[in-house]
Design a protein around this ligand. Structure first.
Ligand SMILES: C[S@@+](CC[C@H](N)C(=O)[O-])C[C@H]1O[C@@H](n2cnc3c(N)ncnc32)[C@H](O)[C@@H]1O
Length: 251
């Protein structure tokens, strides 16, 4: 299904969720029609949950920031954007987009307690073998009254089918990027956040169907050419596949 112009052809096959995949795909991050296309759509939807900063010098810590796709959607909101990621090749690109890049693990973040007005964890938790530790770190970094925003994949059978067996066959998600054993049970996530003082609200999200189909058709027809307007991410009643969470840390 993938056209030659767009398909990265890494010369090695890595296990599911191996972080070295992000090095092999480094040239894809900022291609809006590349294999990380959906991350661009999700970044816009995540940023919509972030209000303008309420004080000068407010800090947003972006855990698992990748190449900084959130950055353009924060412009004008008044945050210093610090990104933490394991993948150096992605951080170089994040820095080029104005993110203060920190090479580190989301389960042991080298930043002080309570430093963040906002912590974002977009499409991160489902890649972290110990997602509970990453949640603990996210909550530790938040100042009282600070906001946690995240999106991730639910640990359900339908999620494994939609996100892996179907999703990874589309040109919007790299094949083998997910290990479904790491998907994050929504109820367990809410409970874990509550343990760390953040009452998390959830809603399911998905790409708007007509927009997605139109985008896929345009992309297949014009292999290598821009597929045009990106599909919007819209709320959906079920959190069974992809969901957003947001919540404020108690004072
Ligand atoms: C699917 S990408 C999402 C990137 C970015 N949040 C976005 O939405 O564009 C997952 C990112 O998490 C990073 N990552 C995976 N495990 C990590 C960990 N334990 N600590 C920090 N970063 C991690 C990967 O290097 C990759 O950049």
């Amino acid at each position: 299904m993938r056209d030659a112009a767009a398909a990265p052809t890494p010369d090695r096959v890595l296990p599911p969720n191996d972080p070295r995949q992000y090095d092999d795909l480094a040239g894809e991050w900022w291609r809006p029609d590349g294999v990380f296309a959906m991350l661009h759509w999700l970044a816009e939807a995540r940023a919509a949950l972030v209000p303008p900063a309420d004080r000068p010098g407010a800090l947003l810590v972006d855990l698992g920031c990748g190449a900084g796709l959130l950055a353009p959607h924060l412009v004008g909101k008044g945050y210093r954007h610090v990104g933490v990621d394991l993948t150096r090749s992605a951080l170089v690109q994040a820095a080029a987009h104005g993110v203060t890049a920190v090479n580190g693990d989301a389960t042991a973040v080298p930043l002080v307690d309570g430093c963040a007005d906002v912590v974002a964890a977009g499409e991160l938790l489902e890649h972290v073998p110990d997602w509970r530790r990453a949640v603990a770190e996210a909550c530790r970094l938040l100042r009282p009254g600070g906001l946690l925003v995240l999106d991730t994949l639910n640990d359900t059978a339908v999620s494994r089918v939609v996100a892996v067996h179907l999703g990874e066959r589309l040109p919007t998600v790299p094949r083998g990027i997910h290990d479904p054993r790491l998907f994050v049970d929504a109820r367990a996530l809410v409970a874990e956040c509550a343990r760390h003082g953040v009452e998390l609200r959830l809603r399911g999200v998905r790409p708007e169907v007509r927009g997605l189909l139109g985008w896929l058709v345009r992309r297949m027809r014009n292999a290598g050419a821009p597929a045009g307007r990106a599909p919007r991410i819209v709320p959906t009643r079920s959190t069974a596949v992809l969901y957003q969470g947001w919540g404020v840390r108690k004072g």
